[in-house]
Ligand binder design. Structure first.
Ligand SMILES: NC(=O)c1ccc[n+]([C@@H]2O[C@H](COP(=O)([O-])OP(=O)(O)OC[C@H]3O[C@@H](n4cnc5c(N)ncnc54)[C@H](O)[C@@H]3O)[C@@H](O)[C@H]2O)c1
Length: 324
């Protein structure tokens, strides 16, 4: 059987990481790489046995599936171009940095016969897979506290520019907006306060989320808190039971009132597996080859953009946002 031909647009950190996973999958070949900085494309092409292309369009024409791994505000145009040409698309998060753009991608992807997957890798991380399983077992959870900090908006250089990120929440915290839907279902109301400290944009948020089920959660996210471990944590509160994650490293569950707890550590896994990158790339290829739907759909991508957009709106207007 011919190998699935994959093209990578954006040969930076995450483009390289996906390439390093995909070269180990003998069902696929990395056929092409394109980057606005030609040397980066050449370097990644050398290490993955691919051809360098001099335009995104020509690359898209020559492959079966495209990875979009460019900075955030460059995703929509490339995603629409690849969908229009009937290609399978893996689009890094965020799917878009404005609600209209997210809607355009959703509308284009929905009727398409091809696979469109969004890079919300946390869903595949063993820590969060374990958390989801624990939530479905035992006493039902009633609330949660979630934290996602970022150390700085300095590296890579474009993350300090909201014209390129769409804003801090689109770059970093969107992972947790997707995660709350994955774990707790649909949000019906969002309240938020945001302030600006180190950067010209709003860089510190406190968010209150109410879910369809009556479940509620707080989400705190700061853009310049330093990289103290764990910069990402979910605490879920149930009857005489608390479940706590520490980044993608470990998960602890306490049972009863005598202080006992059990910790599952993921420290023996590679970073690519711990963070779910290996599994999300495999799921993308599986879906293409089996004709199944994507594990993280354009609707999921849209909903996470919708929550980020609502959060900025709630901060701007000092009013809650309600979802129909
Ligand atoms: N899912 C995750 O855990 C995760 C982790 C890191 C980054 N990301 C996302 O991946 C994307 C890339 O982030 P990164 O850290 O790899 O950034 P990066 O700066 O390391 O790489 C981006 C690359 O895209 C290139 N580029 C810029 N505009 C382009 C265009 N129009 N066409 C082709 N190439 C272009 C740049 O030259 C650069 O080489 C971002 O959207 C980011 O949010 C996701």
């Amino acid at each position: 059987m011919d190998k699935l031909k994959i093209g990578i647009i954006g040969a930076g950190y995450i483009g390289g990481l996906h390439a390093s996973v995909l070269v180990l999958d003998d069902r696929v070949a990395i056929a092409g790489v394109y980057d606005v900085i030609a040397e980066r494309a050449a370097k990644l092409a050398r290490s993955s046995g691919a051809t360098v292309f001099d335009s995104a369009d020509r690359l898209i024409d020559s492959v079966d599936a495209v990875y979009i791994a460019t900075p955030n505000t460059k995703h929509t145009e490339l995603a629409l171009a690849a969908i229009a040409k009937g290609k399978h698309v893996f689009c890094e998060k965020p799917m878009a940095t404005a609600l209209d753009d997210a809607r355009a991608v959703l509308d284009a992807a929905r009727p398409s016969e091809t696979v469109f997957q969004v890079g919300h890798n946390r869903r595949f991380a063993p820590v969060y897979q374990t958390l989801k399983r624990m939530i479905s077992e035992g006493s039902a959870p009633h609330s949660a506290h979630i934290k996602m900090n970022r150390g700085e908006l300095i590296e890579p250089e474009w993350v300090r520019d909201p014209q390129v990120t769409g804003g801090f929440l689109y770059e970093t915290t969107i992972h947790m907006f997707d995660m709350v839907r994955f774990l707790f279902g649909e949000v019906i109301r969002l309240d938020a306060i945001g302030t600006s400290h180190e950067y010209p944009e709003t860089d510190d948020f406190s968010v209150l989320l109410t879910f369809e089920s009556g479940f509620h959660a707080t989400l705190a996210s700061s853009a310049d808190a330093g990289w103290m471990f764990p910069f990402e944590r979910v605490e879920v509160f149930c009857h005489h039971r608390t479940i706590v994650t520490r980044e993608m490293e470990s998960i602890t569950c306490s049972e009863g009132l005598d202080g006992r707890s059990i910790t599952h550590s993921m420290h023996k896994l590679s970073k690519e597996e711990k963070w779910g990158y290996t599994q999300e790339d495999r799921a993308f290829v599986d879906a293409i080859l089996s004709g199944a739907s994507a594990a993280v759909t354009a609707t999921d991508g849209y909903r996470s953009v919708e929550l980020v957009d609502a959060c900025y709106r709630a901060v701007r207007t000092c009013e809650p946002v309600r979802f129909a």
